[in-house]
Design a protein around this ligand. Structure first.
Ligand SMILES: C[S@@+](CC[C@H](N)C(=O)[O-])C[C@H]1O[C@@H](n2cnc3c(N)ncnc32)[C@H](O)[C@@H]1O
Length: 484
């Protein structure tokens, strides 16, 4: 199947209502996941393609017809599409080449993903045979959805989305009020980025470039990236995949440029699967690439780990000789010392003061909903409590963060385990003995001065009071937005 091209010279104005039309039929992540019996829309798998088709046929609702046409690529008919989309939108999609027909059989040449209120057109995610074409623009995979859901946006400033593909993250930044630009080395990606900006009624500039190469002296408040990351000995793998034999060629270049490209307070957010080497922890590697030991926060949310042998099986789509491919990938992984791969989101924030870098890896499940606000609150708290000049106001009455409903002590009474409420996604590390002790005294009534007295009376060193409170703050255990 040839990849479609969109004739953007045509009059597209009638497509401005397409987003609301689709939304009106319930074309949204959760509803589609429910229809296809998935925990998350991003779990679509070629292996279950026939099952999805069957579910849509059985459901026989407007949403099921839309999913069947625009997510699964099944044929439809003119009367049905006209009824679902309206006559003018259908004519326009035919006119620009996104819907074609062979006699009475009408098909969509691209897929449409809903994502956080946006609609995103891109190339088909996987054709029935699992064959993917060179030059194809990336679908919205779990990586795309995760990056969209975990990245906080402040609603102003300049955003750059590198490796933009369909442009989903650039469009998202523009919707949130940022001046947004996108970069990719694949010209087809820019076509989709421009089209998707139009459909979602925002402006994004889109440039054909190798990473930062065309950005000149410009710096940014937000840099997002879902780069190629699959370690591969094969130089001819798909454009969205190839990043050298360790998979780290592109991620390393992205991170190394941050001291020049990220403004004070700015955030870099990158989703990827990264290799695990036995004796080179990822946080150290990121810090080495960054080349700075002070003034940065490096936080990694790790969602899942795959042993190398299993990982390779998942990534052989598009490789002709599967057995030879499997062997050569695994030999290459072994030669480079890759023992596993981890699905993670890397955040690197430029702090507005000099202090030794704050580095943390937090294991957690990958979110199937928007947790950007939660992440944004955490970064604010880190930036605040990590500051070496921070001193609590003696009149402040700290209270526990309401996102936690319980704190349990372990059997040996050496740790406190914070139990989050059901709306909270990010897990927390256990609190140490001193932090747990202090945490149980925070009732929102006791002032800092009183807490300090209790601390000393209980026999703890006074010099440990502020560092212990600071650790609670960094671990999101304190209500940050209450007055302090
Ligand atoms: C995994 S896709 C991500 C697409 C999209 N950002 C998303 O999250 O769905 C990676 C993208 O990186 C682009 N790419 C690969 N190497 C690049 C480079 N050196 N500079 C710019 N873009 C690159 C590919 O063309 C592809 O569109």
């Amino acid at each position: 199947m040839a990849l479609p091209s969109i004739d953007m010279e045509k009059d597209l104005s009638v497509l401005k209502t397409l987003r609301s039309t689709l939304e009106g039929h319930g074309y949204q992540e959760q509803a589609i996941a429910g229809l296809l019996d998935l925990w998350d829309i991003s779990e679509l798998s070629g292996a279950d393609y026939a099952l999805y088709c069957w579910k849509c046929r059985r459901a026989n609702t407007p949403l099921a017809h839309l999913v069947s046409t625009f997510l699964l690529g099944l044929p439809s008919s003119k009367p049905r599409l006209r009824k679902l989309l309206g006559r003018d939108a259908l004519e326009c999609l035919l006119d620009i080449g996104l819907i074609t027909h062979d006699g009475p059989i009408y098909s969509s040449e691209a897929v449409i993903y809903p994502c956080l209120g946006m609609i995103i057109f891109t190339d088909h995610w996987a054709l029935a045979g699992g064959v993917q074409e060179m030059g194809k623009v990336y679908e919205l995979g779990s990586d795309s959805y995760v990056l969209a859901r975990v990245t906080p946006r402040k609603g102003e400033g300049k955003a750059l989305d590198l490796c933009t593909g369909s442009g989903v993250h650039a469009v998202h930044s523009a919707i949130k009020g940022m001046v947004s630009s996108a970069v990719d080395i694949n010209p087809r990606a820019l076509m989709y980025t421009r089209f998707n900006s139009f459909l979602n009624e925002v402006d994004c500039s889109a440039a054909l470039a190798d990473l930062y190469s065309q950005t000149g002296e410009e710096s940014y408040d937000l840099i997002t990236a879902n780069p190629p990351f699959v370690p591969s000995p094969d130089k001819d793998v798909l454009i969205h995949r190839s990043a050298g034999e360790t998979g780290e060629e592109v991620p390393e270049r992205l991170v190394a440029a941050l001291p020049e490209k990220l403004r004070e307070g700015g955030l870099f957010s990158m989703v990827l699967e990264h290799p695990v080497f036995e004796d080179d922890p990822y946080l150290d590697r990121l810090e080495r690439w960054l080349g700075e030991t002070e003034g940065w926060c490096i936080l990694v949310l790790t969602f899942k780990e795959y042993p190398a042998a299993k990982y390779v099986v998942r990534h052989l789509g598009g490789v002709e000789d599967q057995e030879a491919g499997y062997n050569s990938y695994l030999e290459s992984y072994a030669a480079h010392g890759i023992v596993a791969m981890r699905f993670a989101n890397v955040f690197i924030q430029r702090l507005p003061y000099k202090a030794p870098n704050f580095k943390l890896n937090q294991n957690t499940v990958w979110p199937n909903r928007d947790i950007a606000q939660e992440m944004g609150d955490w970064f604010e708290a880190i930036s605040y409590y990590h500051n070496p000049d921070w001193e609590p106001d003696p009149n402040w009455r700290p209270k526990p963060n309401s996102i936690f409903k319980n704190c349990w002590r372990n059997q040996a009474q050496t740790q406190g385990i914070l139990e989050t409420d059901d709306q909270t996604w990010i897990e927390t590390s256990p609190l140490g003995l001193l932090e747990t002790t202090l945490f149980f005294w925070l009732d929102g009534n006791r002032k800092i001065s009183q807490l300090r007295e209790m601390w000393v009376e209980a026999g703890h060193q006074v010099s440990l009071f502020v560092p212990t409170l600071r650790k609670l703050g960094l671990n999101r255990a304190l209500e940050f937005r209450s007055s302090q």
